[in-house]
Design a protein around this ligand. Sequence first.
Ligand SMILES: C=CC1=C(C)c2cc3[nH]c(cc4nc(cc5[nH]c(cc1n2)c(C)c5CCC(=O)O)C(CCC(=O)O)=C4C)c(C)c3C=C
Ligand code: FE2
Ligand code: FE2
Length: 370
Amino acid sequence: MNRYLGETDFHHDAHERLGVLITNLGTPTAPTPRAVRRYLAEFLWDPRVVEIPRPLWWLILHGVILRFRPGRVAHAYASVWEEDGSPLLNIARRQREALESQLLARLPGPVKVSLGMRYGEPSLAEALEELRQANARRIVVLPLYPHYSASTTASTFDAVTDILKRWRWVPSLRFVTHYHDQHAYIEALATSVREHWEAHGRDNARLLMSFHGLPRRYLDQGDPYHCQCHKTARLLAEALQLNEDQWQLAFQSRFGREEWLKPYTDATLKEWAETGVERVQVICPGFSADCLETLEEIQMQNKALFLEHGGKRFEYIPALNERTDHIEALTQIVCNEVSGWPEAGNWSSEAYATMRQGRLRRAKALGAER
Ligand SMILES: C=CC1=C(C)c2cc3[nH]c(cc4nc(cc5[nH]c(cc1n2)c(C)c5CCC(=O)O)C(CCC(=O)O)=C4C)c(C)c3C=C
Ligand SMILES: [Fe+2]
Ligand SMILES: [Fe+2]
């Protein structure tokens, strides 16, 4: 038996392809307690996600959490489930398709974009295998998390490298760790807010930028997530020319009993409603795709909370999902990553020559304009 994965019928003249792996958290296969238990058991056992000594955490996870949580969470999933599956996965599939066609139009050589989820299906192993079969010798891994966090980005890095350790011929690799301040991403967010204002108005509305939370302990131990969320929020507020009293940042999706990053989204909305804020518009810039945490927690639970406490109008501004400007931002990230790659193999020699000619022409045209 071969210890490492490889092709026995390897051809030296096989055409190379650029591989792009997009990935997100993952989701259960069905909105049922059984499927949710399987998903949570994998997700919550990841030591990057829950940093508690293993024997103690095993007892809590299997003795308490996996007994009671799946039923409640399955019910929440059922409330957002679409005909053909989980919103997160459906959106990720559309993002994959749109990104691949943008990259094929933009880059001179052949490109394959595959989709793998950190937990559940389609797995990262399947997605990487697809790239290996497509002869991708250079791979850009693009986790669809704008903000770096050890619990998401580093966990993806662990999983990807664990898989690649089993390849005989490991590919060149670029791993995108964050894009929280990329201009095109901020502009896409700002445009989505402006479009919402055009469609629904904005009279006296306060904008809440809600990000997924983390245990406060992770920030104290050096995780840059908190700072990156603050930077995104500041840049978005600047792009929208908002005054300080027109917006705020908050953190949602608390889990467990310890302190998480503050201020909390639910507490903020409750306080706003109680102190006379009548209208809120909520955007979740850290979620590249709508999912349980935006569609159920924000758009259902937090909306009900705000209205119960005296708020009059609650509006959720959808995640960037497969918006054209979002796909353009992701395309730019991939193009930036590959542009520094040294020339080699069939993919690059001709392809880079074409790309360079294109760039020269553009540079000349720009020079002529000036
Ligand atoms: C200790 C627990 C958790 C940490 C840390 C955490 C970080 C984190 N998560 C996301 C993005 C998503 N999380 C989602 C669901 C979800 N998250 C946790 C727990 C932690 N997340 C749980 C237990 C769940 C499942 C639902 C539940 O039981 O409440 C999702 C949605 C998935 C879906 O199927 O729709 C996303 C997306 C980020 C970005 C992040 C760190 C910054
Ligand atoms: Fe989460
Ligand atoms: Fe949640």
